[in-house]
Design a protein around this ligand. Structure first.
Ligand code: ZN
Length: 170
């Protein structure tokens, strides 16, 4: 158990504080493209039972290595849940597993399509930006340069030219 399992019956009336830095990977994401946990997982949380509810209050922070959705390079992404606050019905529970709760809430805060330049740790220009069409592709092709915008009806004008008659038979 990376985070302490909290025995709710043992909590003092005012609750108890839990804080620290974990190096254990509580996220356990093993897929090739999954975000990778970068230790430590930092947290500072107060837990108390109040009138049948379990209240968790404080903050938690983790940094992940994620894959840029455009260039697929790894980029760092920080999830900071601050303020972190949950209030759930105790419903007779004797223990509270903060691990499961924090794991889920942290993962939900990750972006679906992160990009290099949006990293909240170390933003950088995405390498894909340099891969887009170079300016030369926007230079008009030969012939297009001579088209006058005022002659949009050029095709219609061609119809009136004898040399453009599509039905000459010789
Ligand atoms: Zn990128």
């Amino acid at each position: 158990m990376p985070l302490p399992l909290i025995h709710l019956n043992d909590l003092p009336p005012g609750g108890r504080n839990y804080s620290g830095e974990l190096r254990t990977d509580i996220f356990e994401l093993s897929g090739k493209f999954d975000p990778k946990f970068t230790p430590p997982f930092k947290f500072d949380l107060a837990v108390r039972v109040d009138d049948g509810d379990i209240i968790v209050q404080g903050w938690a922070e983790t940094v992940f290595e994620m894959q840029c959705s455009r260039c697929t390079q790894q980029l760092p992404w920080r999830v900071r849940l601050d303020p972190y606050f949950t209030c759930e019905e105790r419903d007779g529970a004797a223990t509270l597993d903060l691990t499961a709760q924090l794991r889920e809430d942290t993962l939900l805060a990750l972006p679906g399509y992160p990009r290099c330049e949006e990293s909240n740790v170390a933003p950088r220009p995405c390498s894909r930006d340099g891969g887009f069409a170079p300016e030369s592709e926007y230079v008009p092709l030969d012939g297009e340069e001579t088209v006058d915008p005022g002659q949009r009806d050029a095709w219609g004008a061609l119809d009136n030219l004898p040399s453009a008659d599509p039905k000459p038979k010789s």
